[in-house]
Ligand binder design. Structure first.
Ligand SMILES: Cc1ncc(COP(=O)(O)O)c(C=O)c1O
Length: 511
């Protein structure tokens, strides 16, 4: 870089980060795109997941790069050492936790969004209209009124936290943002079921109420909140001088996919003057399935809903969403005027409400674009059909388990989640090992959970690519590894050595 005598800076195109040769990067880009499309279309041929060798892990502890490397070289590293060791949720055999499978359409939209490099914190540009379009579609999907507001966030954990903050503002008023929740806030109590996701507890903690202010109400046999017990606990808390302010219902519990009686919860909240929030992380989009929609009755009366487009909606990570019935309350909770964010009536700073008024983020990516592409390219009918089919696949898996005497179903299958185990003398230990064995074999990727102290193999069928053959492979693997594990535990308590030969897992007898 050279400063000229007259004070001007000499222009040097080599100083920008753009390529010197656009044809080269175009060719490289086409190769990358082709490779990624090949990866997705051939995903079934790969292991679902594989353990990361130490030497690969070490590569990612390298020194900070000071000098440039060629893009082809960096890309080769990606292809050789990142692609093979990804989570695996693109694969139809992935059934762990609650992970969406993504789509090529969503992937392409992400690329386009990165090219635009739009910042959706605010200002007047069409990407914000795209996000507003999704907000309007979301209102329509859930039957919310025109004044409802919505915003993309990372995921439902963040959306639940934001909902707790909106409920706080509704209860204590906007001043609480300045004063803090103070002594009045110390009396506020919230309610959810024992089966609720842990992020609700964390939200109460992060919002400053403390997790003790959250009551975990009993559930029935189907893991749905006991509404009578909830009513009794609210009355008890009031009688001791506490101030109930929030009920969080679940539309799809994380362990088994139970849906609370949302209509009863909404009626109770109206009667008691409480904020009714629904954690619908994956289950809320069940509304797109004509088969499931009736079971979500009452969702349309929630004060707020948190859910993810990246789970059952198949939008690539991340695409969480918060919808709030009363848009003013939502804005009052987060808007923070500043001179440098002044709104104008025209020009780039036009617009009264910007997304930064609806959440804690000022810089925000264009998550709306991949969601817009997904909704337009597939339509809600097709996305709803995928959701219906994942539930049918869960019923198929349930039937396979019931027909196999060595397996035991641990919870009623209500949605797309199946919890079961291999029968064994020490079932918690054996089933934990079986799940790890299966993950390491690359055949499938279930996860585990605890149901009343019993460790369950948990298969959440979320991925639109999953088919009956993947569930057959899971059942066969559980039986095979279960038999090997129980044998090896009887013979010796050593870990079971495994070998994988041409996709067939062979378990060597314990020596
Ligand atoms: C019921 C429920 N709530 C909340 C969450 C958290 O969602 P996220 O991972 O998008 O933050 C999950 C995740 O699986 C969930 O199943």
């Amino acid at each position: 870089m050279k400063l000229l005598r007259d004070g001007r800076l000499q222009s040097e195109s080599s100083q920008t980060l753009d390529p010197q040769n656009w044809d080269e990067i175009r060719a490289q880009g086409h190769r990358m795109l082709d490779d990624m499309l090949d990866y997705i279309s051939g995903i079934r041929e790969r292991p679902v997941w594989q353990p990361i060798p130490d030497e690969v892990r070490r590569r990612f502890r390298a020194d900070l790069p000071v000098k440039p490397s060629g893009l082809d070289e960096v890309y080769r590293e990606f292809a050789d050492f990142i692609v093979p060791y990804a989570t695996g949720n693109v694969h139809p055999g992935f059934m762990g936790w609650v992970h969406g499978g993504g789509t090529p359409v969503g992937m392409l939209a992400e690329m386009l969004a990165a090219g635009l490099n739009a910042n959706l914190g605010g200002r007047d540009h069409i990407p914000l209209e795209v996000e507003s379009q999704i907000v309007a579609w979301t209102r329509q999907i859930f039957g919310f009124p025109g004044e409802a507001s919505g915003i993309f966030v990372t995921g439902t954990s963040m959306a639940n936290l934001m909902a707790v903050l909106v409920a706080r503002t509704a209860m204590l008023g906007r001043d609480a943002r300045q004063r803090g929740i103070a002594s009045e806030g110390g009396l506020l109590t919230a309610y959810t079921s024992r089966a609720a996701h842990g992020c609700i507890k964390q939200a109460m903690d992060l919002a400053g109420f403390g997790s003790d202010a959250l009551r975990h109400i009993e559930t029935d046999q189907s893991h749905r909140i006991d509404v009578a017990a909830l009513r009794a606990r609210i009355a008890l808390d009031r009688s001791t001088g506490l101030t109930p302010f929030l009920v969080v219902g679940s539309a799809g519990t994380v362990d088994i996919g139970a849906i609370d009686d949302l209509a009863a919860l909404s009626a109770l909240c109206r009667e008691q003057g409480l904020w009714f929030h629904v954690d619908g992380a994956f289950g809320a989009l069940g509304i797109l399935s004509p088969m499931l929609a009736p079971r979500l009755a009452g969702l349309e009366r929630a004060d707020s809903i948190a859910f993810d487009f990246h789970k059952w909606g198949q939008v690539p990570y991340d695409a969480g969403f918060l919808l709030v019935r009363d848009g003013d309350r939502h804005r009052q909770t987060f808007s923070a005027p500043a001179a440098y964010l002044r709104r104008e009536t025209r020009g780039l700073a036009a617009g009264s409400v910007w997304p930064c008024d609806l959440g804690p983020d000022l810089s925000r990516g264009f998550r709306a674009l991949k969601t817009w592409f997904t909704l337009k390219a597939y339509g809600t009918e097709k996305l709803g059909a995928v959701i219906t089919r994942t539930c049918a696949l869960a019923s198929y898996l349930e039937a396979r388990i019931l027909a196999e005497p060595r397996l035991e179903l641990l919870a009623p299958v209500q949605l797309n989640i199946v919890c079961f185990r291999y029968r064994a003398a020490d079932p918690n230990k054996v089933n934990r090992e079986i799940v790890i064995d299966i993950q390491e074999s690359g055949i499938a990727a279930p996860s585990t959970t605890l149901l009343d102290g019993q460790l369950a193999i948990r298969a959440a069928i979320v991925n639109h690519r999953t088919d009956t053959c993947d569930l057959d492979a899971l059942v066969a693997a559980v039986v095979r590894f279960g038999a090997a594990r129980t044998e090896s535990i009887v013979l010796s308590d050593r870990p079971n050595p495994r070998q994988e030969v041409q996709g067939e897992v062979q378990v060597s007898p314990a020596a």
